[in-house]
Design a protein around this ligand. Structure first.
Ligand code: FAD
Length: 581
């Protein structure tokens, strides 16, 4: 159990997060912080014990495929269904459903820890429980009360699961291509017709479907306007089947136990969530939560691979000593761990901002605050919403990219065995490959981050970083490192203003500026951690010294702003096409 419930999770739970403030604002009463944190700890310890107990079977059954069911659905293989039942019996599903609907109303940070642990044990199982929380969250935010009463208690008990149905053959990254149609009925319900592909857990009872409103079908085509988010259940109130069928399961390189489905809707009865034509916005909420979930998923998989590689390197002897003593292996292992901790730092910090924002919003909604207090809270909410919009794609980008690198390095540490199925690391690497693709590819995350920076989020984030770094300058153990990050912050600002004066060039450098931002945000957060726990200074130093140099190199590349760079790339590919053809 010890290492599933990791030291960094404990650090945030016990020291870094201001639970007193979050719980007081959320609940409107003075909280018993010790009791609440004790309850959180119990949830995490139980999750850690259960997840650890799933791990061996999940690796042994890794090849087991999801299967179609006779009633037009699909389900994961037996080991995942059984693990799910164990989680359900322990009350460990849909952790964030509000108490009034029978849920545990746990903070997002706790849910993130939970998803990371489940993913470390069995990342296919994580896709099922991760979507369940996300779909319940969107119902809570956007559905009318009657729909919430119908569905949320069933999510809280684990009786139903959810799926998110966006992708179509011609609508992948660009959801403007959606052709699934939603037609209004006189009774206020909708009828949904169309086909979706690549739908995770497509056999779930509750589908949130992004569909084009029939009465604006032609004039909104090719855009993300005119879309509605529709809740479509597999069964109607009288228990009869709705018009929704899984027609195909994908065979994949990894996450075999996660059903990836083609789902066909034929005259399927559904109900709109949120406003007509505003479905894309509602779906973005679900997707942003899911992006943080996938970041947690990636960290879990990376940590599983790192733990295996670390153990193996301490046992395997070559040239008269363990390979862990070989400098090149040592440096590889340390880098894997530092990158995982950096991904955690930026993700946990983002969850902390999400939780404090939700708590402040709850306090404002109760309307009990004085004018000045309300104004201060409102400003903090506005500021932190902007920060979270930028941090979310950065979390997803960084965690999934390092998951790819860490699992690949873990294979390298295992040498020849790493390429066989006798070691688990190849399975983990195969699983890692989807993570830079679903919930928006890395390229899409970098473009989103660039867009948010352009809308002013960079200035807000940089302002907060300067404040945090400034507070570290009096601490002799952190001052020099904080100064290095501060210098990098200055060069990001300079590069950003250069990029925003030339949009095509900015798009070309979107990944670079995203990585520069990740470096300073994660660097600052690792230094904040070291302020609370001095033993983490080595982690912070390793990250800051390496990544600030890389940030400097990227800044120089951006400043070069080579004229005609895109044209040169186009010429290279045109020459290739000529010689190939
Ligand atoms: C296992 C699995 C599970 C999935 N689960 C779900 C699910 O539950 N629900 C759901 O709705 N979908 C799901 N998907 C679909 C997934 O979200 C899409 O595959 C993904 O968003 C990419 O879309 P695409 O495959 O059409 O690729 P494309 O959009 O065609 O992209 C192809 C390449 O072009 C790049 N690209 C495209 N546009 C741009 C741009 N503007 N700038 C820079 N680069 C660009 C991409 O980054 C990518 O490298 C799943 C997919 C898989 C494989």
């Amino acid at each position: 159990m010890g290492n599933y419930f990791t030291p960094s999770m404990r650090l945030y739970l016990e020291k870094l997060v201001d639970w007193e403030e979050i719980l007081r604002l959320r609940d409107g009463a003075d909280p018993d912080v010790e009791a609440e944190v004790g309850a959180f700890r119990t949830v995490l310890e139980t999750t850690a014990a259960l997840a650890e107990s799933f791990e061996r079977r999940a690796r042994e059954q890794w090849h087991a495929e999801a299967e179609l069911t006779e009633d037009g659905g699909a389900r994961p293989p037996a080991h995942i269904r059984e693990a799910y039942e164990q989680l359900r019996e322990a009350g460990l599903v849909s952790l964030m459903v509000p108490e009034e609907y029978g849920g545990a109303a746990l903070p997002g940070l706790l849910n993130g820890f939970y998803l990371e642990m489940i993913s470390r044990a069995d990342t296919s199982l994580m896709t099922v429980v991760g979507l369940q929380t996300g779909v319940a969250g969107d119902i809570d935010k956007y559905a009318e009360e009657a729909l919430k009463q119908t569905w949320l208690p069933r999510f809280a008990s684990g009786e139903v699961q959810g799926a998110m149905d966006l992708t179509e053959p011609k609508a992948g990254s660009d959801l403007g291509g959606i052709t699934t149609r939603a037609t209004e009925q006189p009774d206020g319900s909708l009828r949904v017709d169309g086909a979706k592909i690549f739908i995770t857990n497509g056999g779930a009872e509750v589908h949130l479907v992004l569909a084009r409103d029939a009465d604006h079908y032609e004039d909104s085509k090719g855009t993300t306007n005119g879309l509605s988010l529709v809740l479509v259940p597999r069964h109607l109130e009288d228990g009869s089947r709705n018009g929704i069928h899984v027609t195909r399961l994908e065979k994949k390189l990894g996450i075999h136990g996660s059903p990836t489905c083609e789902v066909v809707f034929e005259d399927a009865v559904g109900w709109r969530l949120g406003q007509k034509g505003q479905g894309f916005r509602a779906m973005l909420d679900l997707m942003n939560n899911a992006r943080l979930g996938v970041a947690a998923q990636a960290i879990g998989v990376a940590d599983a691979a790192f733990a295996d590689a670390h153990r193996y390197a301490a046992e395997r002897r070559q040239f008269g000593q363990t390979i862990a003593k070989q400098p090149l292996v040592l440096i590889m292992l340390a880098k894997m761990h530092v990158n995982i901790e950096a991904a955690r730092a930026i993700l946990y910090h983002t969850f902390e901002l999400v939780d404090s924002t939700l708590a402040r919003e709850a306090a404002l909604a109760r309307g009990e605050l004085s004018g000045d207090e309300a104004k201060t809270l409102r400003e903090a909410v506005e500021r932190d919403i902007v920060r979270v919009r930028l941090l979310t794609p950065l979390c997803k980008y960084y965690a999934t990219e390092i998951c790819h690198d860490v699992t690949r390095d873990a294979m390298q540490v295992f040498g020849g065995i790493g390429y066989t199925m006798d070691a688990d690391v190849a399975k983990l690497h195969a699983d890692s490959l989807i993570m830079t693709v679903y919930e928006g590819t890395s390229e899409i995350q970098a473009s989103f981050a660039l867009r948010e920076m352009g809308k002013g989020a960079l200035a807000t984030v940089v302002g907060e970083l300067r404040r945090e770094l400034g507070a570290m300058m009096d601490d002799p153990t952190r001052a020099e490192l904080a100064q290095l990050v501060q210098n990098a912050v200055n060069s990001i600002e300079e590069c950003a203003s250069l990029l925003f004066s030339d949009l095509p060039y900015a798009l070309l450098r979107a990944k670079m500026i995203a990585e520069m931002a990740i470096n300073v945000i994660a660097g600052t957060e690792l230094l904040r951690q070291a302020g609370a726990d001095a033993s983490r200074i080595d982690l912070a130093e390793a990250f800051v010294r390496r990544r600030m140099l890389e940030t400097d190199a990227m800044a120089r590349r951006i400043r070069e702003n080579q004229e005609g760079r895109m044209q040169r790339d186009e010429r290279i590919l045109a020459n290739y096409a000529q010689t190939d053809g």
